[in-house]
Design a binder for this molecule. Structure first.
Ligand SMILES: Nc1nc2c(c(=O)[nH]1)N[C@H]1C(S)=C(S)[C@@H](COP(=O)(O)OP(=O)(O)OC[C@H]3O[C@@H](n4cnc5c(=O)[nH]c(N)nc54)[C@H](O)[C@@H]3O)O[C@H]1N2
Ligand SMILES: Nc1nc2c(c(=O)[nH]1)N[C@H]1C(S)=C(S)[C@@H](COP(=O)(O)OP(=O)(O)OC[C@H]3O[C@@H](n4cnc5c(=O)[nH]c(N)nc54)[C@H](O)[C@@H]3O)O[C@H]1N2
Ligand code: SF4
Ligand SMILES: [Mo]
Length: 691
């Protein structure tokens, strides 16, 4: 028999800035290889370890292939197989009954398990809009930084990532790209070979910080102070670009006044670094031309995360770095995509069109699920439909999340690939397709391309795409609107305003054929201003922030929990814990892929020798990490990679695959950031003791 081999153009669905273009090799209907597209300018034929193993994930023996109904107690993971008809009928009946009392008692819970629009918020959003359900405030990752950027640049916009190769100085700030964005790291390496200096700004000597020329190990949650200290020096030593400031920024005089408060001596004390470090950093930043900043989300997971992003975002405008394509800053590029949000989500379907639905913050889902309901909160949450997310593992203050999910009177439906910690609490688990089995369209947040994902293989077992699950559920609900019959192809096409000049005449058919397209944008997007703010300038001072009741200037907002800002708490819990991503996991995805989990080993905690010794903790010993919110165990790694006073537990483990059934979110809090209502995962005091 001759084998039938062909290659399908696809896109990596994961929540990762790189959004790689994929080539999937299919032989006789079976996906046998997933590779990077060699022609895609940022993928360059290379994938990370996780996604090179994507077929292992798709064909994993534990894939959910049939609808399941719970038979045991919530959380026990006991289910029986049922037919799609039974599952859909029972789900539709229960949602109809709750909606008849109050549709806002129903809540979707989703995030970026896939970043695709079709399997994300298109058909699903239409479903919940038509129902009149509560809306989810999707804050769990990036909303603090997004708010900071929105007030400063007007949107999530920044440098084209390719141009970092020509930078002379790259500040890798709150980011560990060897783990979380390997394609950016490849570009930074090339810049290094061409003579660039790389500086990591990170409390932890991460894999990336280890490989940079310099590592500035500041205390968590102090980045805004460092940025304002740099401004202080830039202004005092007149290292700023007066012409760029005059033409393309707003509020320099006020910013100057604010920065005066941040003397290098004060900043050194706040950040736990030397005065010399602050001064030298500012001088080098002003003299290296072009200088760039790769800012990422690690530095916005503390109380002041929104303002910290804003403070850092002001730096490139102060020195006119935006004049050069290889100067400026990149935190997110997702605002460049000409997305048609209204066409995707159809808020016009809501039963009361002008009524804004009750908004529930996903980052405080524990408290929300435990709330009895009242006039200010709205109705008690009675039903939850989870897709593209694993909240029982990833949401903060896990004990509250688990007790919320454990409520016997809560009706929970989970669309999943695997029986996750969250799926264990479901009344119905519905088997979803993976990226190889469905169609999608993807924008990215770390580069400036739009990508298509063509399905490579037929759905395994009885799995269905999320879009199809909501489509058939809409039919069970008896809804007649034609938009509930739109195909995945139509959903993809409706997602983009193709006539936008940034699309340069590309259409959906062309994109499907070619796999990807670069937005038509200037190479140095803000060389001549043109920011997306109301003034069209980089707003050091934001009038919108005044109107919304915020401090209009960037400032350092101290953490909720740190030795300096909360000495009373620190007397009991003196160590700051951060829990950034582990290299071979993607949030909690891939933890159940055996080869990847065994490469990570077991949950670990990096602790400095000076913190370990007085506690009697030896390298390799079991430790207990605890605070008032909870406790978990890990294996200590006594190392100077963790700075004194800071402990690091790489994340995010599936709770049930950790020896003690717990993960770092036992100790994290549900407090929210200054801007964007985001979680404060890295604003968390703990103590550690031998287990
Ligand atoms: N392999 C892998 N890749 C991923 C993910 C994953 O789980 N695994 N997750 C994806 C997702 S959802 C996201 S949002 C991105 C995240 O991508 P990044 O935001 O780049 O996250 P990390 O790579 O963890 O880098 C965060 C770094 O910030 C540091 N940090 C912690 N607190 C502070 C602070 O207060 N200030 C400063 N300056 N640094 C701090 C941490 O020590 C860590 O090294 O990565 C994506 N890519
Ligand atoms: N302690 C601590 N907690 C954190 C973080 C941290 O750094 N430290 N990081 C936070 C961040 S940045 C983020 S973004 C969140 C991430 O949290 P989540 O968005 O919940 O991400 P994952 O844990 O990867 O879970 C995604 C789930 O979606 C499923 N999935 C993927 N594709 C599909 C699909 O097509 N259909 C369906 N139905 N399901 C699908 C996957 O199987 C997986 O179980 O976690 C946050 N939590
Ligand atoms: S997870 Fe990131 S680096 Fe890995 S293949 Fe996907 S987009 Fe590329
Ligand atoms: Mo994230």
């Amino acid at each position: 028999m001759t084998s039938n081999v062909h290659v399908v153009r696809a896109a990596c669905p994961h929540d990762c800035p790189d959004t790689c273009a994929l080539h999937v090799t299919v032989e006789n209907g079976v996906a046998i290889k997933v590779q990077g597209d060699p022609d895609h300018p940022t993928t360059k034929g290379v994938l990370c370890t996780k996604v090179s193993r994507y077929t292992e994930r798709t064909y994993h023996p534990d894939r959910l292939l049939h609808p399941l109904k719970r038979v045991g107690p919530k959380g026990a993971g006991k289910f029986v197989q049922v037919s799609w008809d039974q599952a859909l009928d029972e789900i539709a009946a229960r949602l109809t009954e709750i909606a008849a009392r109050d549709p806002e008692a129903i809540l979707p819970y989703s995030y970026a398990g896939t970043m695709g629009f079709v399997q994300g918020e298109t058909m699903a959003a239409r479903f919940f809009n038509k129902l009149g359900a509560s809306d989810l405030d999707r804050t769990i990752c990036a909303s603090a930084g997004a708010a900071g950027l929105r007030y400063t640049y007007g949107a999530g916009v920044g440098m084209h990532v390719e141009h970092f190769v020509d930078s002379k100085l790259i500040l890798i700030w709150g980011s560990n790209p060897i783990t979380s964005s390997v394609h950016f790291w490849a570009i930074a390496q090339e810049a290094k070979r061409r003579g660039a200096k790389l500086i990591a700004i990170d409390p932890y000597r991460s894999l990336t910080a280890e490989k940079c020329h310099q590592h500035i190990a500041l205390l968590p949650g102090t980045d805004a102070a460092l940025a304002l200290g740099m401004m202080h020096v830039l202004i005092a030593e007149d290292l700023v670009d007066h012409e760029y400031i005059a033409q393309h920024t707003v509020g320099y005089a006020q910013l100057k006044e604010r920065a005066q408060r941040y003397t290098p001596a004060r900043v050194a004390e706040i950040c736990g670094i030397s005065e010399e470090t602050v001064i030298t950093l500012a001088r080098e930043y002003a003299s290296a031309k072009p200088a760039s900043i790769r800012l990422n989300y690690g530095m916005q997971r503390a109380k002041g995360g929104g303002q910290a992003t804003r403070a850092v975002a002001c730096l490139p405008a102060l020195i006119g770095a935006w004049r050069d394509p290889a100067g400026g800053m990149l935190m997110s590029t997702s605002g460049f995509a000409p997305v048609d949000g209204l066409a995707q989500t159809r808020p016009d379907l809501r039963p009361v069109p002008d009524k804004v639905p009750r908004l529930v913050n996903m980052s405080a889902i524990g408290d929300a699920l435990c709330h009895p309901g009242d006039a200010s909160f709205g109705p008690k949450i009675e039903a939850l439909v989870v897709y593209n997310s694993n909240p029982v593992a990833v949401a903060p203050e896990s004990s509250k999340v688990a007790s919320g999910f454990g409520r016997e009177d809560l009706f929970t439906v989970v669309l999943e690939h695997f029986q996750t910690d969250t799926a264990d609490y479901a009344d119905f688990v519905l088997p979803a397709t993976t990226q190889l089995e469905h169609l999608d369209i993807h924008k990215a947040y770390g580069h400036t391309y739009l990508l298509a994902n063509n399905p490579a293989i037929a759905p395994l077992g009885e799995t269905k795409p999320n879009s199809e699950i909501f489509r058939v559920l809409a039919q069970r609900m008896g809804w007649q609107e034609p938009c509930f019959l739109d195909s995945d192809d139509q959903l993809a096409e409706q997602s983009i305003r193709w006539a936008d000049p940034r699309m340069a005449g590309t259409d959906w058919e062309t994109l499907k054929r070619d796999g990807w397209v670069r937005y038509d944008l200037p190479e140095a997007p803000f060389a001549n201003g043109g920011f997306f703010t109301p003034s069209g300038k980089c707003e050091f001072y934001s009038e919108r922030m005044v109107q919304e009741g915020f401090d209009p200037l960037p400032d350092w907002v101290p953490p909720y929990e740190s030795v300096a800002s909360n000495p009373k708490l620190a007397a009991r819990y003196p160590l700051a814990m951060i829990s950034p991503p582990a290299r071979n996991f993607l949030n909690s995805s891939f933890v159940n892929v055996d080869s990847l989990r065994s490469s990570v080993g077991e949950p670990t905690l990096d602790i400095h020798p000076a913190d370990a010794a007085p506690r009697g903790i030896a390298d390799g010993a079991g430790v207990r990490i605890f605070n008032d919110r909870g406790t978990l165990n890990a294996k200590a790694r006594v190392t100077e990679k963790a700075r004194e006073g800071v402990v690091v537990g790489l994340s995010i483990w599936w709770k049930k695959l950790a020896p003690d059934g717990k993960n770092a979110n036992e100790v994290t809090s549900q407090q929210l950031t200054d801007l964007g209502r985001a979680p404060t995962f890295y604003d968390c005091l703990v103590d550690v003791a031998p287990a």
